[in-house]
Design a protein around this ligand. Structure first.
Ligand code: ADP
Length: 364
């Protein structure tokens, strides 16, 4: 709506800015927006990888100005790359630590969707917390954000004093999801570089505080967006989730190769929906064959963290907004995730484990 007061305020705020060549910001052909939806303001500036650095300053200043608008729920000014080559922003972002108080950022990734990546990410995060660690989870699966459902997050994150967003709390972990920030329809049309740019801002513009581990629930697949996140967010490592089917394993292999290409260590492979435990007869049925992921992990010299069965319990717990580790930490599935989280942490800190952290784990 043209008479939306937030839109008018956004246009007024942006009229103060000029592009580096002197063109008024709102007249520049590269600028799309501002677009306002439910009080959320978005603007994109299309650029090339080369010119991105020269726009970084104006991007952040324009965003800050938009965030000061009374009534604005959020504001994102993103740089998007229309050139087919390299994703934008990776070099400048990678150069500085985005989250100085977060010890490790760990991606949970899968070569394709629907393999249980988000379920695994949430339960691993809760498993790390059960091991006495301070944990956050960032839902970067922009096109299919499921963390709000898994952790029963409602409403919108609040803005802190310094105008950084305060993550929500659930079951003892901090959580933030693109699903809380951007309408599904808006995010649907975002292309790789815009996704990357939004995620980078979700890291730096959220007051995560001091964390031992920040789990990033990655978008599924191995395209440009995934590669850009892997490059741009200073990851300590990645966990790959796969089902036993051959097809998923091929995708998992692609995922592993992608992280290796950008020197992100693979901290482990988790096989999900490995077998089905029949509630009637109590027997285990290997619906998709057995041992494929374990053998593959060995072949690739990647730690096999464990195999999670296909169970109604897990699905029911996830659907109810209380993941299995929170609902039943002492049960077989709860223990499985807590053990996998312990192995993950050991892998993560293999070279840098401090006495203090040892104490934390032993005290758990
Ligand atoms: P992804 O993030 O890979 O798209 P999700 O974690 O959203 O996958 O899982 C997809 C669906 O499968 C969800 O309904 C989830 O509850 C269910 N699911 C995941 N893992 C299991 C499992 N081991 N047993 C039963 N259901 C599962």
């Amino acid at each position: 709506m043209a008479d939306d007061p937030i839109l008018l305020a956004a246009r007024t705020a942006l009229s103060e800015f000029q592009m580096p060549d002197g063109t008024p910001f709102l007249d520049a052909s590269q600028v799309t927006g501002p677009v306002v939806s439910n009080g959320r303001i978005s603007v994109s500036i299309s650029t090339t990888a080369k010119a991105a650095a020269s726009l970084a300053d104006i991007r952040s200043k324009a965003e800050a100005a938009l965030r000061r608008i009374p009534g604005a729920q959020s504001a994102f000014v993103t740089l998007t790359n229309d050139a087919p080559e390299a994703p934008v922003l990776t070099a400048p972002q990678a150069a500085k630590p985005v989250l100085p108080d977060v010890r490790h950022v760990v991606a949970v990734a899968s070569g394709k969707g629907g393999v249980g990546k988000s379920t695994t990410a949430v339960n691993l995060a809760l498993g790390l917390r059960a091991n006495g660690l301070k944990v956050g989870i960032l839902d970067a699966d922009i096109h299919g954000p499921s963390i709000p459902t898994l952790l029963a997050l409602h409403g919108q994150p609040r803005m802190g004093k310094d105008r950084r967003l305060i993550p929500m709390q659930s079951n003892g972990i901090s959580a933030m999801s693109m699903g809380l920030m951007v309408d599904a329809e808006t995010a649907m049309v975002w292309r790789g570089p815009m996704v990357m740019s939004a995620i980078t801002q979700m890291l730096s513009d959220v007051d995560w505080g001091a964390l031992d581990v920040l789990i990033v629930d990655m978008p599924p697949g191995t395209g440009d967006a995934q590669l850009a996140i892997a490059q741009g967010t200073t990851l300590s490592g990645a966990v790959i989730v796969s089902t036993p089917q051959d097809l998923a394993l091929i995708d998992a292999r692609r995922g592993i190769a992608m992280f290796q290409k950008v020197d992100v260590p693979i901290l482990g492979l988790i096989e999900n929906m490995a077998h089905f435990t029949c509630t009637e007869c109590g027997k285990e049925h290997a619906l998709f064959g057995t041992g494929g992921a374990k053998a593959e992990a060995e072949r690739l010299s990647v730690t096999f963290l464990g195999a999670v069965p296909l169970t109604m319990d897990l699905r029911a717990a996830s659907d109810s907004g209380q993941p299995i580790v929170a609902r039943d930490p002492e049960g077989p599935l709860g223990r499985l995730y807590i053990d996998m989280a312990r192995a993950l942490w050991a892998n993560l800190t293999a070279s840098s484990m401090t006495t203090q952290t040892h104490k934390k784990l032993q005290g758990a």
